[in-house]
Write a protein that binds this ligand. Structure first.
Ligand code: F6R
Length: 348
């Protein structure tokens, strides 16, 4: 079915999320440049924590997967009021809150300060910005005035750049150049109705009225989770994700009796271990035997970063289109805003 996407955009996208999606390549470039400019005199840490919630935490998930087999120390994400007990003076902690006002993140910040961790604040201001200024913490400033989830380049790339500066992982900046040119190409295709539009529109059309189940594996599972949360927040729709190989030991059995109300989607990239590939092929067989339609999104490029970010860009745009098909403005997240008012935080 051919849709008049520009009319739907005009009608529904009152928060103008499309404009932000269209500046993804420039955001990647700027986030990279600003992260390179930050001077840190610290020693190599013994572990890394990324504390944040929602759209501010996802950069931590991407970094954790990126670092899994490239860093010799643990990189963990903390979505909680408290950091783990092992946070100590040799821990590097990124405290990420776009608004700088998120209760969970500020509570964790206070414990990280008590534990004497080395802290980098990533924020557009708020209480986190104030505390960082008072305590003299290095700050990576994120441009203000947009939904946190659209600031992903500023919430992910600095973590990779800083970890590489501190010797935690080797990160070839050529990967960044590739990811940026891939993003430019994808954007051009969105303007010209090329491959990226086709993939994103098709995903949205097929997810309409269904529950997307997004399947992927390291180092792209974080993107599956991002896709789930973008469908939740942008399209105001349920979606779930599961990781291969683990889901082959439980969730897969859910397909025994078919499942026409679901729309399974595989996110696949260049780094696909043959053991993972065998499992993806088996899953595809299971779905085909039951006549369940599924989608596949293929990553682009050579490098890990380009693969992660090309999948993520397609997923972000697909969730945006799905919002339009659902007849909603992608930007507002009423139930999250009300929750924040209702629970009363943050207390500092
Ligand atoms: C909004 C969004 C949310 C927020 C989360 C935490 O776009 O994605 O998930 O990111 O509520 O708020 P911040 O990011 O301000 O710490």
């Amino acid at each position: 079915m051919s849709r008049d996407w520009s009319r739907l955009r005009e009608e529904l996208d009152r928060g103008r999320m499309w404009d932000i999606l269209m500046q993804f390549p420039e955001d990647l470039e700027r986030a990279w440049r600003e992260a390179e400019e930050l001077e840190l005199e610290w020693e190599e840490p013994s572990k890394v924590l990324v504390a944040g919630m929602g759209g501010s935490a996802i950069g931590g998930d991407l970094a954790k997967e990126y670092a899994y087999d490239r860093a010799r120390i643990p990189v963990e994400v903390v979505r909680d009021f408290e950091p783990p007990l092992y946070a100590d003076r040799s821990t590097l902690a990124f405290v990420v809150s776009y608004s700088g006002k998120t209760e969970e993140t500020l509570s964790t910040l206070s414990r990280l300060l008590d534990a004497g961790c080395a802290i980098v604040a990533v924020t557009s201001g708020g209480i986190l910005g104030e505390v960082a200024a008072k305590k003299g913490l290095p700050v990576l400033e994120v441009p203000a005035g947009r939904p946190p989830r659209t600031a992903l380049p500023y919430l992910y790339l600095p973590i990779l750049v800083i970890l590489s500066k501190l010797g935690v992982l080797e990160f070839d900046r050529g990967e960044l150049e590739e990811a940026i040119s891939m993003a430019r190409e994808a954007r051009r295709e969105l303007f010209e109705g090329g491959e990226t539009s086709r993939v994103a529109e098709e995903l949205a059309e097929r997810a309409l009225g269904k529950i997307p189940l997004i399947y992927s594996y390291r180092p792209y599972y974080s993107v599956a989770y991002r896709f789930k949360t973008q469908i939740n927040e942008n399209a105001k729709q349920h979606a779930f994700c599961a990781e291969i190989p683990e889901m082959c030991h439980n969730e897969i059995v859910g397909w025994e009796r078919g499942g026409s109300k679901y729309f399974p989607v595989f996110l696949r990239g260049r780094e696909e271990d043959p053991r993972v590939r065998a499992r993806v092929e088996y899953l595809v067989e299971v779905l085909e035997e039951r006549g369940v339609g599924y989608g596949v999104v293929e990553a682009r490029g050579e490098g890990r970063l380009s693969n992660q970010l090309s999948l993520l860009y397609a997923a972000d745009v697909a969730s945006y289109y799905l919002a339009l098909l659902n007849g909603v403005d992608p930007t507002p997240i009423e139930l999250i805003s009300r929750m924040k008012k209702r629970v009363g935080g943050p207390h500092w």
